[in-house]
Design a protein around this ligand. Structure first.
Ligand SMILES: NC(=O)c1ccc[n+]([C@@H]2O[C@H](COP(=O)([O-])OP(=O)(O)OC[C@H]3O[C@@H](n4cnc5c(N)ncnc54)[C@H](OP(=O)(O)O)[C@@H]3O)[C@@H](O)[C@H]2O)c1
Length: 311
């Protein structure tokens, strides 16, 4: 495997060539973590012309990017020493702690793309500051094949210092579009987890729908396009939910009121029973609707469920 020497100079050969050619030099950066996502990110930075130093715990996983021009560091500490901008894409928050235990973060701009909680992001920001680093947290809204493919719609939420984000915006935007969501370092994770939580609710509903047709002469592939269109048609309802939450008026623009929807619940439960399908994915939501009807009004929308969830 190739272990190229890590450049410690401020201008590397690629940058010097850029200067000579009159092009704006691309910011060199370090990437820690070459799993599925890290490798996709690294490949996109290389393709965009950024000098890239990489490190991965299992060295063999760095070979592909080394062949594409990355400099491979022998340790995380060496990789961190190589560049001012350090991007981390390891498995989880614990692995960040472990990988960076011996690294000198003084003066580094640390961008953490590991999926975590808002609390973990805030703690990691304080941890980075105590070690002399500036910090941005990120939440990746993509799967690896979408990275480096602008038309795929991938983007990354960023939160933390606005100044730091602006300084690195162009570099960070090479693999996927960027969305800065505020100075609170926990807000990228908050947005990330909120969107993914809604996605799991959608998957849960789709799982129930596929289970319902299981024994019938209806194929999954005939149901799938209908499901996709229906879910897309219903998705904009979240704008109405937001308006109701912000106004406090849960009857604002209601088209399918809570009383009617609770009255329809037995149909869903009986259909599940007829089809010999467990209602365990849907029942908790129906129970919340029923509880809200007890204290709210039949003319409301489903939004009162949000209040019941908040502790
Ligand atoms: N893949 C996706 O679809 C996706 C989408 C959005 C966000 N993400 C997030 O991106 C991050 C990376 O995901 P991935 O898909 O690249 O995961 P992955 O393919 O499982 O790779 C995990 C990476 O973490 C490293 N690692 C694990 N524990 C470590 C430790 N204790 N010390 C040092 N390195 C350690 C692994 O090193 P080894 O090679 O040595 O095991 C590997 O580089 C995760 O936080 C994930 O939630 C992923």
């Amino acid at each position: 495997m190739t272990h190229n020497a890590v450049e410690h100079t401020t201008e590397n050969p690629a940058e010097a060539a850029d200067h000579t050619a009159g092009r704006t030099p691309k910011t060199p950066l370090t990437l820690l973590g070459l799993g599925a996502m890290g490798t996709a990110l690294g490949r996109a930075w290389l393709a965009a012309g950024h000098p890239l130093t990489v490190w991965n715990r299992t060295a063999a996983r760095a070979e592909a990017l080394a062949a594409e021009g990355a400099t491979v560091a022998a340790s995380a500490a060496e990789a961190v020493a190589a560049n001012g901008l350090v991007v981390v894409c390891l498995l989880d928050d614990d692995s960040v702690e472990q990988a960076l235990a011996d690294a000198d973060l003084t003066g580094r701009d640390l961008v953490n793309l590991v999926t975590g909680t808002p609390g973990q992001a805030r703690d990691r920001a304080a941890w980075a500051a105590a070690r002399g680093a500036r910090y941005l947290d990120g939440g990746i809204m993509a799967v690896p094949p979408m990275i480096g493919v602008p038309e795929a719609g991938a983007y990354v939420f960023y939160s933390g210092s606005a100044e730091l984000f602006e300084r690195h915006r162009t570099t960070l935007a090479a693999p996927a579009a960027v969305r800065w969501v505020g100075e609170d370092p926990g807000h990228a994770a908050l947005h990330d987890v909120a969107l993914l939580s809604a996605m799991y609710g959608m998957f849960a509903g789709a799982a129930h729908a596929f289970a319902l047709i299981g024994e019938e002469d209806v194929t999954p592939s005939s149901l799938a396009p209908l499901l996709a269109d229906w879910l897309a048609a219903m998705a904009p309802a979240v704008h109405q939910t937001a308006a109701q939450l912000e106004s406090g008026d849960y009857t604002l623009g209601v088209v399918s009121n809570l009383g009617m929807q609770v009255a329809g619940v037995p149909t869903f439960l009986r259909t599940a029973e007829e089809q010999q399908v467990s209602p365990e994915l849907l029942s908790p939501y129906f129970e919340l609707m029923r509880r809200r009807l007890e204290t709210g009004s039949a003319g409301e929308d489903l939004v009162g469920v949000v209040d019941l969830l908040r502790r």
